[in-house]
Ligand binder design. Structure first.
Ligand code: HEM
Length: 378
């Protein structure tokens, strides 16, 4: 305690500590709207995962070696031999999937509660970039173990980029560092994954959070009629909401460790550029787009695939009704639900495509387009 006082006095003689303390106190006591619910923890869980991905990522970098000769072996070493390597790698791999899931849930929460409306359009637009960044983290990280799946999924992903007219070919070449996935590609993806993307992510997350704190969480009142958060009726940020979040983080970490133990991340076989595996599919979060592209000629498909992210980006400027409550904005609610159902259906069709599955006790063959066909009896 005495030490704290000495440090405090030392700082006070040099910096405007009263202003700093006043700012922290004001932030901690700022009330949140009374409707702040468990759904409001999806944003902080996304933040928890950002931190967890950075910590586990740095630990993985201690043993990971990004060359085609060593990448696969170093990941095998991490998983099988390094102390707690299996746990760190498992948390990082599951963390990637869960982060996407959380960011999606958080986006759905802010969409359906109308939190993106004036004056929070900027928070939403930055959020859409954060979503894109999270996907890019997934894409660049997937190649790093240098196994068959990651090698060939990256080949497909970069092929798709290459088919964009005019700009596609140079972007593809820039990504690959040549004409095909090679050691050059691995080096580029690694640099993007550990050096470029994290800084952009941290800057955007900071602006996102500052905007959210300065503007306060949205209420359910219509635009222009939001009353400032009532200190009495609202929920105190500290300690109430902070304790709630800490509890959610603890349960979530427990669930993550359970997932790592019950469903460890496979490493598969080392990448072999000369042997294409039978069915290569991208990660679940790219499946809806991948599936959509199958139904259209290449160019038209790409144009169509660009529409949903663009609409998402400018959504606050399209949905201009002042109402936030879902039942008072049926059109935008219906568009949201239909888009969600479409994405889930396309994702499922993509996941089941090109294999035999049992649906309601009946064995069927699902073709390339995700359409099930009954199997003729022998
Ligand atoms: C790494 C990704 C992200 C992180 C760490 C993050 C973090 C947060 C946090 C902690 C909050 C406050 C609590 C809450 O509302 O849950 C928040 C609010 C908000 N976020 Fe995000 N977010 C991310 C991505 C996104 C995305 C993808 C969108 C939408 C496209 C988005 C839109 C918003 C909006 C509109 C608010 C204001 C909510 C309100 O006022 O009620 N965020 N974000």
């Amino acid at each position: 305690m005495k030490l704290l006082r000495i440090v405090d006095e030392w700082l006070a003689e040099r910096l405007p500590m009263n202003d700093v303390k006043g700012f922290i106190r004001a932030q901690a006591s700022k009330a949140l709207p009374p409707h702040t619910s468990w759904f409001h923890t999806f944003g902080s869980l996304s933040l928890f995962l950002v931190v967890s991905q950075i910590v586990t990522g740095i630990l993985l970098m201690v043993y990971y070696r990004a060359t085609p000769e060593t990448a696969f072996e170093s990941v095998r070493y991490i998983t099988a031999k390094a102390d707690f390597g299996w746990l760190i790698r498992g948390l990082h791999a599951w963390g990637a999937t869960l982060m996407l899931l959380m960011v999606l849930l958080h986006m759905m929460r802010t969409f359906f509660m109308g939190a993106f409306k004036k004056p929070r359009e900027g928070t939403w637009v930055i959020g859409v970039f954060l979503f894109g960044l999270t996907l890019t983290f997934g894409f660049t990280g997937y190649l790093l173990p240098w196994n068959q799946l990651s090698y060939w999924a990256t080949t497909i992903g970069t092929e798709m980029t290459g088919s964009i007219p005019i700009v596609g070919a140079p972007i593809k070449h820039l990504l690959l560092g040549g004409d095909a996935v090679s050691g050059e590609t691995l080096a580029r993806f690694y640099v993007m994954h550990v050096a470029v993307l994290p800084w952009i992510l941290m800057m955007l997350v900071t602006v996102h959070l500052v905007l959210m704190r300065v503007q306060g969480l949205a209420t359910l009142d219509p635009v222009g009629q939001e009353s400032p958060a009532d200190q009495k009726a609202g929920i105190p940020f500290f300690p109430h909401h902070v304790l709630k979040e800490l509890m959610v983080f603890s349960v979530f970490l427990g669930a993550m460790i359970t997932l790592v133990i019950l469903w460890p991340t496979e490493l598969g076989e080392k990448a072999n550029p000369l042997e294409t595996p039978a069915a290569i599919k991208p990660e679940w979060y790219f499946l809806p787009t991948y599936q959509l592209l199958k139904f259209f000629p290449k160019l038209l498909g790409l144009v169509i695939a660009f529409v949903p992210p663009l609409v998402l980006l400018v959504w606050p400027f399209l949905d201009r009704t002042p109402q936030r409550r879902l039942r008072r904005r049926p059109v935008s609610g219906t568009i949201g639900v239909v888009a969600l159902i479409l994405a889930v259906v396309l994702g499922l069709m993509g996941a089941l495509a090109e294999q035999e599955v049992t649906i309601f006790g009946k064995k069927v063959h699902v073709d390339h387009y995700g359409i099930p066909h009954s199997i003729p009896r022998p």
